[in-house]
Design a binder for this molecule. Sequence first.
Ligand code: SF4
Length: 380
Amino acid sequence: MPRSKSKPAARGSRARLSAGGSTYGSLVGRLLDWFDASARPLPWRAAKDPYAIWISEVMLQQTQVKTVIPYWQHWMRQLPDVRALAGAPTARVLKLWEGLGYYTRARNLQKAAQAIMEQHGGVFPAEFSALLELPGIGRYTAGAIASIAFNQPAPVLDGNVMRVLCRLHGFAGNPRGSDLNRRLWALAGEMVGTAAKTGRSNVCGNLNQALMELGATVCTPREPRCAACPLRKRCRAEKLKLAGRIPALPPRKASVPRTFAAIVLERDGSFLVRQRREEGVNQLLWEWPNFETGSGQAPVAPQAVFERLGLRVKNLSPFLTIRHSIMHYRMELRAYRATLRRGASPPNVGCQWISAGRLAELAFPSAHRRVVQAIVAKPG
Ligand code: SF4
């Protein structure tokens, strides 16, 4: 039975690699023209340096453009090439990443830079397959570097591209589900392959960036600006007035509250902080001695908490409460100030007394860094 015109294509249906009955040729041309005229002047777009593109792409994962720009600019001044990154102390790399979260990304950047030095003589590999071999570089990042820096017809598929392609074709399924996801990669590959045949300069990178840019600025999750879209005439979702319902993402995980108590101990102008071990989350970052007090909203019994940390303290007083979210966790860090009891010594595993001036040189996770900032602003 022929599919009703009023319905979007079902997930996994075998539509041809085209949109609205047209080949990709005209769509690709319109997208490229739109990108030429409308692309935001982002600093990493000024050069075709694979290192600069790589750093920007990794920073942009999970982070908004406006947040990334100053981080990227500072990073590029401090570590301007693969050699500088490979040879930098890890503590410096983490400090440059401080506040971006997901610190595994920073450690993998350095591991990959070291692999480029050792295995490729310091020359950034241009081949998609060689890029995929590097630590922390997956299919998306390899495709972005290969296409933008080396003009290879390698596709990219991030959340923005998924949304654009799903709407363009009227795919109603979950774009992260394996069947539709495979199909979207194929469509993205078809589009960049079509672009490569036009012979325009930097065309593969521009096509991929155009799809991402369109998703970020026009075909947005809510209230897409279809009137300004270069794909409008061929867009199935726009035609059927279904853009607001496509793509169908799975419901978000319910948020889970987690509460921590942290202690700020001062002695002769120095503060007690500890370094996380080289395992689990936030490896090698610094933090205030802390303890998870449970997931409920019940008031913390801080004295008991700090005794469990091996700290005998007096003059305990609430200092600061930081609330933030990481993935589906709703985090609360309750920081207390106190002084050590006479004769008591702090637990020495990973703990050090650090002067207020030096605290700013260490890398802390975001919530703990805000406690540092409050201390630097109000030391007494
Ligand atoms: Fe997205 Fe609208 Fe453009 Fe379709 S026409 S791709 S829904 S912005």
